[in-house]
Design a protein around this ligand. Structure first.
Ligand SMILES: NC(=O)c1ccc[n+]([C@@H]2O[C@H](COP(=O)([O-])OP(=O)(O)OC[C@H]3O[C@@H](n4cnc5c(N)ncnc54)[C@H](OP(=O)(O)O)[C@@H]3O)[C@@H](O)[C@H]2O)c1
Length: 356
């Protein structure tokens, strides 16, 4: 008889729906291989949700959510806590602020938590530590691999290094697929305004590209890594410089129109860097502190060689000093992100299988 792991998922957008579909496909194999049955007991969006403790029929989960009885995420979780027994995971596939309180409720109710959402990890330090402490006391996982580098094993690598007694000196890299796409386009002689418009068309940017260009998303990822490495930093402790001057006035459309004025100065910066055999990149660094900003890097380095919407993370530690440990690959996209969150769910499933 397989052990059961119930899933309650908030968020059924791009990443959330890809995750449900991946779990549906892989469920029989995991039942066989791990002896754990992954059962979606609840799925909710902003205003609609379905709670079915015996398991939502994953062949028709979209219709089931639509026909659900107006349960938002919070209500769904509270009802689920009263009706599910055994091991359970709350999956946060939203981009909502203020989820730390909900996580605390979930952990108090015995749930593990898997987050795709960066905000609860990159908000006030006290909230972050409270959730960590609650998980430690209740012996529950709080896994969030995809909050940095999507499906790439970045946080797992950092945890394994530290748990194994290695000493982190720095993590340096390009943490934004969107900004790397722009850098690669500028390397190829494209105009900044055209490259941003193309990145927007391809769905790489946030709805308002200023959110990417201002560096806030990279700063959040750097802060998450810094906290994971044990640094007690607040969001305002991260030193952030924008990728290029970002005018906060007006809507995204007006900003896009005005972007042409930056074409010539950005092209000049990239040309000058190339003349020195260097490349213009948006580099984040976690060491004693935490920073994110534009920098020139050697053309032949791991950062300089990036040629598209990839991420790269260069770990320097006491054991990996002369030859750093490098993790790189696609750092965004629904399938790889969902796969990373799925891997977190499987980590919980394995722990159940092993304690059975
Ligand atoms: N896309 C990527 O490559 C990537 C990579 C790494 C991490 N992430 C993170 O993954 C998360 C999800 O991204 P996404 O691209 O899937 O976003 P999305 O398509 O905008 O989906 C967000 C989902 O959250 C739901 N939601 C919002 N508030 C909610 C609430 N209070 N309770 C329950 N559901 C709520 C929305 O409900 P409705 O359907 O009702 O609107 C929607 O289904 C984000 O935090 C993002 O930063 C994404």
């Amino acid at each position: 008889m397989p052990r059961r792991l119930s899933l309650i998922q908030l968020g059924k957008g791009t990443v959330g729906s890809a995750l449900i579909d991946q779990v549906a496909e892989q469920r029989p194999a995991l039942r066989e291989r791990l002896g754990v049955d992954l059962v979606y007991a609840g799925i909710a969006g902003r205003s609609h949700g379905v709670l079915e403790p015996r398991g939502v029929d994953l062949k028709r989960w979209r219709a089931a959510v639509k026909a659900g009885d107006g349960l938002g995420g919070r209500q769904l979780l509270r009802r689920a806590m009263g009706s599910i027994s055994g091991a359970a995971v709350l999956v946060d596939a939203t981009a909502e602020e203020g989820m730390a309180g909900l996580y605390l409720e979930a952990v108090a109710g015995g749930f593990h938590v898997v987050s795709c959402n960066k905000k609860p990890l990159a908000g006030p330090l006290a909230d972050y530590r409270r959730v960590q402490e609650a998980c430690r006391r209740k012996r529950r996982f709080w896994l969030h691999e995809v909050t940095v580098g999507a499906g790439l094993p970045v946080i797992t690598t950092l945890r394994d290094l530290l748990d194994g007694g290695d000493r982190l000196e720095s993590i340096e890299g390009c943490f934004s697929g969107t900004l790397n796409f722009l850098c690669a386009a500028l390397d190829g002689g494209q105009k900044l305004s055209k490259a941003v418009a193309r990145a927007r068309e391809l769905g790489y940017t946030e709805p308002d590209p200023r959110d990417d260009l201002a560096g806030g998303d990279v700063a959040r990822k750097a802060l998450i890594l810094a906290r994971e490495a044990g640094l007690d930093l607040e969001p305002e402790d991260v030193k952030v410089e924008p990728f290029c001057p970002v005018d906060g006035d007006g809507d995204a459309g007006a900003f896009m129109k005005g972007l042409e004025r930056l074409d010539a100065p950005m092209a000049k910066r990239c040309r000058e860097a190339a003349a020195r055999d260097r490349r213009y990149r948006y580099v984040a660094r976690v060491g004693r502190g935490c920073s994110a900003g534009p920098a020139e890097v050697p053309a032949g380095s791991a950062l300089g060689r990036l040629g598209g919407p990839e991420n790269v993370f260069v770990f320097r530690t006491a054991r990996y000093r002369d030859f750093p440990l490098v993790v790189s690959g696609p750092g965004a996209g629904p399938q790889v992100t969902a796969a990373g969150a799925f891997a977190d769910v499987i980590r919980v499933a394995r722990s159940i299988a092993h304690t059975a």
